[in-house]
Design a protein around this ligand. Structure first.
Ligand code: UN1
Length: 495
């Protein structure tokens, strides 16, 4: 009998109101059933929000440093259980163990950062324009925040949202991706063990169209944070706009790595393999376009094709696997659809473009790392997010042309430049239209203590991570104290 998991609502592990469940299977071997998880709906979300509202009243009054202490404890427990969580994560998500360990580490870093932020939720004290008057601001908790998280970083992304929200004094309702429900189940257990008052965290499993939508539409959830596709983000944005909710969106990317003719090509080669095929290309920061200077184009592409063919596909829990499976059948079909489009558009298939032949991989959603060359900057493979192991190579002649190509897409998450020229490095930091630019490093590798996010249709102006996310999860309150004993009229009596 497979394990049946439950929601965590109102301080208890409970079955969904509907009694319906969905299956969670290992994408590297779909015969491996991890468990059945609640297919929740609005009744479950309503119960979770009701309880979270109650809890908010108490939690928001706990001093922020004490809230931070709970997060410190969470960081310690995640550290202790890192290996166990990483293994569970790889089993349900597919990426190789080293990457899953990195994912847990990102959660640990986020926990310790949040813990210390509990002692640093700064406001401002500024001079008043009037005599004997004090002017200052401080940060207040908002209420119940609704979090909807994706499959590709099963632990890190939930922690990016949850930990700052909690330290700021909010209560949380989370609806994790139905592809990776087990990891957040483990995370909630850890939060409880760390001493978080139980009703402050509510876990509602389910699908986006049902549980996710109910959360977004709930009138008592004033804050929503979503990471996922640009199409879903647009729908959530409409609802939140209509309901005047605070919304943070983190969506697609079409990230380019630019390799100049003076670059360290071995370094760039390692970088592109990691950026394009790490996490099987399923990162919003994945390198999905490779811009090669014409003088090194052929040489570099030959080396890259060889190295790509040397990558080993496999179950991420086994030694020697470099690249895991895609998350599910639909994801692999989407990749296959784009490979078809690449062929139709007349691009040159350099390597990959098919499923692996090994019978050992038959039961997983594997696909060979794939490279198309000869792409025009406007072709669909050079414009659309594929979210899989497909790299599109574009040839360019000058730095200015590379900047134009980099900027000529609807997304703006990350970009990367490989060069030995310091002047170009600084120009790239200014001219590449992205939220993050790397110099001599690939497009992935964001660190938890810096703001994370992108411009254009990648996001809606907010950032996760670092210090900025604390503004998103708190409300600025301004206070004036007039101790002059007289009526002083601002803008009138001071001039
Ligand atoms: C994502 O792809 O959704 O920089 C997040 C990186 C990771 C985070 C990626 N630290 O690739």
């Amino acid at each position: 009998m497979p394990t049946t998991f439950r929601n965590f609502i109102a301080g208890r592990w409970v079955a969904p109101a509907s009694g319906a469940y969905f299956e969670n299977r290992n994408p590297a071997n779909t015969r491996d059933l991890i468990g059945r998880f609640p297919d929740s709906g609005s009744a479950d979300v309503n119960a979770a929000v009701r309880s979270a509202e109650e809890a908010f009243r108490r939690w928001s009054r706990v001093p922020a440093p004490a809230r931070g202490d709970v997060l410190k404890q969470v960081g310690d427990l995640l550290t202790e259980r890192k290996e166990e969580i990483a293994r569970a994560m790889t089993r349900e998500m597919g990426k190789v163990l080293a990457e899953s360990r990195g994912d847990v580490q990102e959660g640990i870093d986020t926990a310790y950062y949040a813990a210390s932020e509990g002692r640093r939720l700064f406001g401002h004290t500024v001079p008043s324009e009037l005599r004997s008057k004090w002017a200052m601001s401080y940060r207040r908790p908002i209420g119940v925040v609704g979090l909807i998280t994706p499959f590709n970083f099963p632990l890190a992304i939930p922690t990016w949202k949850m930990f700052p929200a909690l330290v700021c004094g909010n209560a949380v309702v989370i609806k994790p991706s139905e592809d990776v429900p087990h990891t957040v189940h483990l995370l909630v257990q850890i939060l409880l063990e760390a001493g978080l008052p139980p009703e402050v965290i509510q876990l509602v499993h389910g699908r986006g169209e049902t549980a996710g939508q109910a959360l977004v539409e709930h009138p008592r959830v004033p804050v929503i944070s979503f990471t996922g596709s640009t199409a879903t983000g647009a729908m959530i944005g409409e609802t939140c706009g209509r309901m005047h909710k605070r919304l943070s969106l983190e969506m697609g990317g079409k990230n380019a790595m630019i390799v100049m003719d003076d670059a360290d090509l071995e370094l760039a080669l390692e970088g592109v393999l990691w950026g394009a095929f790490g996490t099987t290309g399923q990162r919003c920061t994945a390198t999905s376009r490779l811009l090669l200077h014409r003088r090194i184009h052929d040489r570099f592409l030959r080396r890259l094709a060889e190295a790509t063919e040397g990558l080993t596909l496999g179950d991420g829990r086994k030694d020697g696997a470099d690249v895991g499976p895609l998350i599910h059948e639909a994801a692999r079909e989407k990749v296959e659809g784009y490979v078809e489009i690449g062929r139709e558009e007349g691009l040159e298939l350099v390597t990959g473009g098919r499923r692996p032949r090994s019978p050992k991989l038959r039961n997983g959603w594997f696909y060979r790392p794939t490279i198309f060359a000869g792409a025009r900057a406007g072709s669909r493979l050079a414009q659309e997010e594929i979210f899989g192991p497909v790299l599109t190579v574009i040839r360019f002649g000058s730095f200015d042309e590379a900047v134009r190509i980099n900027n000529g897409v609807r997304y703006g998450l990350s970009s990367s430049l490989y060069t030995g020229d310091t002047n170009l490095a600084f120009r790239a930091m200014q001219e590449l239209d992205n939220g993050i630019t790397y110099v001599n490093a690939p497009t992935i590798g964001a660190e938890a203590h810096l703001p994370f996010g992108g411009v254009k249709q990648t996001g809606n102006g907010h950032r996760e991570g670092g210090w900025e996310v604390y503004d998103f999860y708190s409300e600025t309150k301004v206070c004036y104290v007039d101790y002059s004993g007289t009526l002083q009229r601002a803008q009138i009596d001071n001039y």
